[in-house]
Ligand binder design. Sequence first.
Ligand SMILES: [Zn+2]
Length: 226
Amino acid sequence: MFIIFGTRGLKHTVSESPVLSNSCPNCNNGNLVNKLYRRWFTLFFIPMIPLDVVDRFYQCDSCKSAYNENIKTILQRSQDEINENQKRAKLVFAKALIASMTHMSIIDGDFAAEEEREIMDAIEGLPEMKEELMAIHQNVKVTGNQDNQVFNFLNEARNELSSEALINILAQAAVVLLADGAIEKEEENLMKEYLIACGLPKGMYQTLIDKLMQKDMTKIKKEQLN
Ligand SMILES: [Zn+2]
């Protein structure tokens, strides 16, 4: 009788290596599973003795794309970069937001309680940068746009954020403008200056106000229902 020896490679999951969840760069939501090819000594085509590892890689459990093991480091590095950029963008956004809201609320020479409440709400929503935002708020409250500080924050935002983010900031500032119930001429003019500083058309002023008025109406209706 013939005894048939041989070798063959088998793919195994490396169970001690953590799965990289939802991180397949190809399909975006597949999990990357660490795999290895091990050569086996076979007897009658049946693997009997493990020999050497011939390849290690990550494979997506969804689209089956395979990646070099370096993918783990690459993904980690880009995640760090994403987190860092996100943190930075959030801070730039928040600083411009608080500076313009505060500035808007003092421009008519009277700092109303409703205006202060809107600003405090916004700061409370960003607890990780609360101290820095409180300092900006206090400073703008006392010195206004001294050294062009408010417009500098808006400029920074213009350089780093999308126009959607800028519109969001100005919409919040417009909430302050509407908070005391009346739109003063100074407030309207300032909002138009903000729009220009953000590179947005001055005509957007009316759109912004109309939108917020509508929202305010639905808020009131909801409150009446409750
Ligand atoms: Zn995939």
